[in-house]
Design a protein. Structure first.
Length: 143
């Protein structure tokens, strides 16, 4: 079985934000590939952040029913955040000197068994606590 890939909020948002141009196409393609391979993972935190951002903060907000249907579809990938992940995030936050929310993403990715996190926010190229960080938008054609 292929290793899992954890998807951060920004990648999920770009996949559904038609105003994101090149990033929209890249993110859409990535999610389609992960869906076909059944190797995608994300957390309830990502789904919550996604919903708020796509219904309120992007240039062309999605209607709430559409955003809710997208969230429903990604429940299949969702990793529940439990007290164990919160405790792990405290340790990661302190040791890596990153925000609690970023640390919680790493803790959830580890729980999911992911070998990489796709994120525009974390330090691309770095491996943190056994999970490699990749920015899928840093290459050509991403703008």
């Amino acid at each position: 079985m292929n290793a899992r890939t954890f998807v951060d909020t920004n990648v999920l948002i770009y996949a559904h934000d038609v105003d994101a141009r090149g990033k929209h196409e890249i993110a859409k393609s990535i999610l389609k590939e992960l869906w076909n391979r059944r190797t995608g993972a994300l957390s309830t935190q990502v789904l919550q952040e996604f919903y708020v951002n796509v219904t309120r903060k992007i240039a062309t907000p999605l209607p709430k029913p559409s955003a809710r249907a997208i969230v429903d579809n990604y429940f299949a990938w969702s990793i529940d955040t439990t007290p164990a992940e919160i405790s792990a995030a405290f340790l990661i936050e302190d040791q890596a000197c990153i925000s609690f929310w970023d640390a919680l993403i790493i803790a959830a990715a580890r729980k999911a068994g992911a070998d990489r996190i796709l994120s525009e926010d974390l330090n691309s190229g770095q491996t943190m606590f056994g999970v490699r960080i990749e920015n899928p938008f840093s290459g050509p054609g991403s703008q």
